[in-house]
Write a protein that binds this ligand. Structure first.
Ligand SMILES: C[S@@+](CC[C@H](N)C(=O)[O-])C[C@H]1O[C@@H](n2cnc3c(N)ncnc32)[C@H](O)[C@@H]1O
Length: 245
């Protein structure tokens, strides 16, 4: 069993986490708060990312880290491959705009490379068609946020307990099919009628360091990955204790 002292030692030691498809660092910030040091990787220039990051293709970079052995600087990997191909909230829009076939599904090749690392990992996706195991599903209401934002996490080479889902307090505010709905949550996607302002989005997501709408609407609320990160640190502490015994 993990002892509190093991957990404290693991937290003091701050293992490194590789954050693939890192955008402006919603996920990264939660992991950092949990106790990881974080490096990112994104194909777009992301000056708002709050940690060091590699600017380039995540699959090429991960393959490079594996082939050189540099991947073993890391204790854990998180990946948020682009989701427009499969996200339930955008798939209708994409199809109506004729964009449906333009997004490449990067989930399967990302998983294949992550398996090669031998490290524990997480792949995150929203609800939709992307094929991941929903080992953990988190919701903004679990953390008192102003977004619902269900996100699924496939845990590779480790397990953690699914926290209980809590009932939503009401609806997502905005227009749907010509009707306006009020409610305690904002829609953190798109840019249409009734969508939140940037300050509303920042406050609802718990993200203060970017005011770029696209970065806010792509992000995982840091509260989600702070929860996952704490569970991962407990798992790593247990693994270290068992290896030392
Ligand atoms: C859903 S967002 C990730 C959100 C991030 N996890 C967060 O919490 O803020 C996906 C990101 O993947 C990046 N991206 C798309 N294709 C990529 C590729 N081939 N390699 C690296 N990054 C890529 C996009 O620029 C975008 O920033």
């Amino acid at each position: 069993m993990t002892q509190p002292t093991d957990i404290r030692r693991e937290r003091a030691h701050r293992p490194r986490l590789l954050d693939l498809f890192s955008c402006a660092g919603g996920a990264a910030t939660g992991y950092h708060r949990a106790g990881f040091d974080v490096d990112g990787c994104d194909i777009a220039h992301r000056p708002n990312y709050p940690f060091a990051y590699h600017h380039g293709d995540a699959l090429t970079y991960l393959a490079h880290l594996i082939s050189t052995g540099e991947i073993y600087r890391y204790a854990f990997v998180h990946a948020s491959p682009p989701c427009q191909h499969g996200c339930a909230l955008t798939v209708g829009t994409n199809a109506s705009q004729g964009w449906g076939g333009t997004h490449v599904d990067l989930v399967a090749p990302t998983r294949a490379l992550l398996e090669l690392t031998g490290l524990p990992f997480v792949i995150e996706q929203p609800n939709g068609r992307a094929e991941i195991r929903k080992d953990i599903t988190l919701c903004g209401e679990m953390y008192g946020l102003g977004v619902i934002r269900h996100r699924n996490f496939e845990l590779g080479r480790w397990t953690a307990e699914q926290p209980e889902h809590v009932p939503h307090r009401g609806r997502v505010r905005g227009w749907r099919h010509g009707q306006y709905f009020d409610g305690p949550y904002v829609a953190a996607y798109g840019n249409g009628g009734g969508k939140p302002t940037i300050p509303e989005l920042q406050s609802a997501m718990g993200i203060t360091w970017t005011d770029v709408r696209e970065e806010l609407t792509e992000a995982i609320p840091p509260a989600f990955t702070e929860f996952i990160g704490r569970a991962a640190l407990d798992m790593l502490a247990t693994a270290r204790t068992e290896a030392a015994a």
